[in-house]
Design a binder for this molecule. Sequence first.
Ligand code: HEM
Ligand SMILES: *[C@@H]1O[C@H](CO)[C@@H](O)[C@H](O)[C@H]1NC(C)=O
Ligand SMILES: *[C@@H]1O[C@H](CO)[C@@H](O)[C@H](O)[C@H]1NC(C)=O
Ligand SMILES: *[C@@H]1O[C@H](CO)[C@@H](O)[C@H](O)[C@H]1NC(C)=O
Length: 416
Amino acid sequence: MLTKGALATLFAAQASAFPWVLDTIGQPRDYFGHQEKRQTQAGSAATCPNNPNHKGAVPISAKYPYCGAKNGLPGYQVCVNNLVPAKGDTAHYYTPPGPNDIRGPCPGINTAANHNFLSHDGITTFEELVDMQQNVYGVGYDLAVLLATLGVGLDGDPISGKLSIGCDASSRTTSPGLPGPELGLDGHNKFEGDTSLTRNDYFLDLDNGDNFSFNLTKYKRMSDVCKGSFDRKCMSDYRYERYQESLNWNGNFYFGPKSLLLFGAASFLYELFPSLGELGKPDQTTMDYFFKKEQLPPNWYSRVDPYTIPDVAIEIFAQYSAHPVPFGGNTGKPNSFVGIGDFGSAFSGNMFKGDAAGVACFLYQAATENVPSSLGGGSTVPLQSLEFGASKLNPLFGNSSSKLGSFGCPLNFNSA
Ligand code: HEM
Ligand SMILES: *[C@@H]1O[C@H](CO)[C@@H](O)[C@H](O)[C@H]1NC(C)=O
Ligand SMILES: *[C@@H]1O[C@H](CO)[C@@H](O)[C@H](O)[C@H]1NC(C)=O
Ligand SMILES: *[C@@H]1O[C@H](CO)[C@@H](O)[C@H](O)[C@H]1NC(C)=O
């Protein structure tokens, strides 16, 4: 579909409207003073809520089996007639978070924690995350493992498998011998990034608002753009608008290759949030439940057929290629954009093969490799986390009899 050449042409066409774009094509990137970006205030370790009464997620049971996922293993994969929460399963009814409970930048996760599919205090685990995504949302096992691996690997503890779903709770997540701190899902430019749908950018000259909680103004703007249907086209258009906003307002705007994950998250609005997933309607009422109340809508059913890595790869590529934008960032002032190099490099090159396989391999890389400095990689992910990622993902990406394995992504740490 989109070759490197075609992409350069697109950028050149854009350049008349956005003169900065032209300068970024094929630019070797060498400036970009990357200081460690870290939550310093509301979300800091010192002020992060701490609930002394940690209770794990409420697991599924014979009476309330949901999609059959437990202990981090694959569930049914096709999940028919799955009302969530099930009638009578009061343990999974909505329970609002208290002042000692951590919540963070992900509405899918916050909602699941509010229904006790994750630990209600916000200190969760790899296995809870893999089970929850399947049981609540009908996410396929492969994608559930990938997202949990990214979360725990980039922002949590690869030995204990623990993760804070928001602020830095290192004192409760970090295993002995690991470098830390483990920033939790609020940690910037690991999983979380600029140009979120409803969250402020991390470094924001614009105002003194925080950068991880829900911003109602942004949500309203998204709702205006989407006009009652939060579908693929709307997500693509609105994400493009957010990119321009960040570029024009945020002197420290950074949009690295991992920002592609945000297109994946945007697809969840129309693939996972509606009742029955992609068969349902991604309407305003549904979004209000997930974004404003962080509660499952009444009479809500999970998606039936699993939402897999190949599926999300198609959505990421479709949203991105409707408005392709260069990777890079501002250099201290709004509109001081510098691109991060050639699109042919091994890391982002996968993306620009222009097919789902390329995006899938890119997602694999995001969990198992440090973004190279030539692509603006800022913070270094510890080796243990990368090995953790490979140990979880190699069995999936290396299985030649599965669709994912047939993509032939080159595997890391594959000697064992
Ligand atoms: C282990 C699994 C998951 C992890 C670790 C995770 C983590 C995250 C993080 C860190 C963000 C913030 C990205 C940013 O905007 O900077 C995010 C955003 C988001 N996530 Fe998740 N997520 C997971 C699963 C899910 C699921 C299953 C859903 C939906 C059912 C979901 C829905 C969303 C949405 C809609 C956003 C965008 C929010 C916004 O931009 O305002 N996530 N997620
Ligand atoms: C929310 O986002 C809007 C639009 O980007 C911005 O103008 C506003 O300052 C933000 N509000 C807060 C409280 O951060
Ligand atoms: C992120 O939010 C915090 C808390 O509201 C704010 O003080 C800080 O300025 C923002 N981030 C940075 C590093 O600018
Ligand atoms: C490989 O994939 C096939 C087809 O999806 C599946 O039946 C099989 O169980 C997988 N093998 C392993 C070892 O995971």
